[in-house]
Design a protein around this ligand. Structure first.
Ligand code: GRG
Length: 296
């Protein structure tokens, strides 16, 4: 195992325990809802977004515990999006993170409610950062970024266009819009929250946003590639889902070879943009470049 793999394992384990600390006990009359919520959060996943947030925060010299509730919150928002994305009304998928999806285990109505509850819990959790670091104006800056990038001008905006154009051709501009919003926005939020909370300037935040957008593009294009070339056992979710759902993807428009080149180009561009900043984080650079070859 390389030094990078070792560090990665250690950090993901640490992130899992941070997240667990913010999850509610499944008790009370609403126990089934809380159970569904815990199931979805604890079932697996790479924890990439909290990791990117933590590493960007560290790169900008952040040291406060206020990053922890934000790390848990971004994973809650991400998991909410997966629960809802898997629903019969959207992708209708039965497996996610190697386990049955939330609607298969708990029923469709409970999965809708668990997704909604998780989104609310995310903001409730992020708000705890205000008491972790009282009087720090960067907490409010980070909070605003998190809320904006998740909604109609971020992830949900992108997803809405994705849904609207099912089975229809897309222009390059529309495809870029969908990818940079539905997938890119949460990665932008992760890294920008880290940078903002550590006191980054407006100009530095823009640079982080541009780098994160490239990571988001690379990540989604690789997701398209794996949907065609991967297998369910490794991915923990069904393959050929895009074809089944009549989705126009980067691979269906540009072909596999071009898609692979674009993943590499976007990833290298992200690292180049980060290296222009007067800070350094070797682990973060390596993490981004490793995503080019990810198989899960
Ligand atoms: C509110 C009805 C309703 C729907 C929300 C916004 C949304 C649906 C879905 C988000 C869009 C989405 C699922 C984009 C795909 C992004 C992506 C590649 C997710 C997989 O992320 P990984 O690989 O997953 O990091 P793990 O399981 O490792 O956390």
């Amino acid at each position: 195992m390389t030094n990078f793999d070792d560090q990665m394992k250690k950090r993901v384990t640490e992130i899992r325990s941070i997240i667990e600390g913010y999850l509610p006990e499944a008790e009370g009359f609403q126990r089934t809802l809380l159970d569904a919520l815990d199931y979805s959060m604890l079932v697996g996943g790479k924890k990439l977004r909290p990791l990117l947030m933590q590493q960007t925060y560290a790169m900008f010299g952040g040291t406060s515990g206020a990053i922890r509730p934000f790390m848990a919150a971004i994973e809650m928002i991400h998991t909410h999006s997966l629960i809802h994305d898997d629903l019969p009304a959207l992708d209708n998928d039965e497996y996610r993170r190697g386990k049955k999806t939330t609607h298969v285990v708990y029923g469709e109505a409970m999965a809708i409610l668990a997704g909604d509850a998780l989104l609310n819990l995310a903001y409730e959790t992020a708000a705890k950062a205000f008491s972790e670091d009282p009087g720090n104006p960067d907490v409010a800056r980070a909070f605003e970024i998190l809320t904006r990038k998740t909604g109609a001008y971020g992830m949900l905006g992108g997803q809405s266009v994705d849904v609207e154009y099912v089975g229809k051709p897309l222009t390059d501009e529309q495809l870029y819009f969908i990818y940079s919003m539905k997938t890119g926005a949460l990665i932008e939020a992760s890294m920008m929250v880290g940078a903002a909370l550590a006191g980054a300037s407006a100009q530095e935040l823009e640079q982080v946003e541009a780098a994160a957008r490239c990571i988001g593009m690379a990540f989604q294009i690789q997701d398209d590639i794996l949907d065609v070339t991967g297998n369910q056992e490794d991915l923990g979710k069904p393959v050929n889902s895009d074809e089944k759902n009549q989705k126009t993807t980067w691979v269906s428009v540009h072909g596999l070879e071009q898609a692979r080149e674009d993943v590499e180009r976007y990833s290298r561009e992200a690292v180049r943009l980060l290296r222009e900043l007067p800070y350094e984080n070797e682990f973060l650079d390596e993490l981004i470049l490793n995503l080019i070859h990810r198989t899960v």
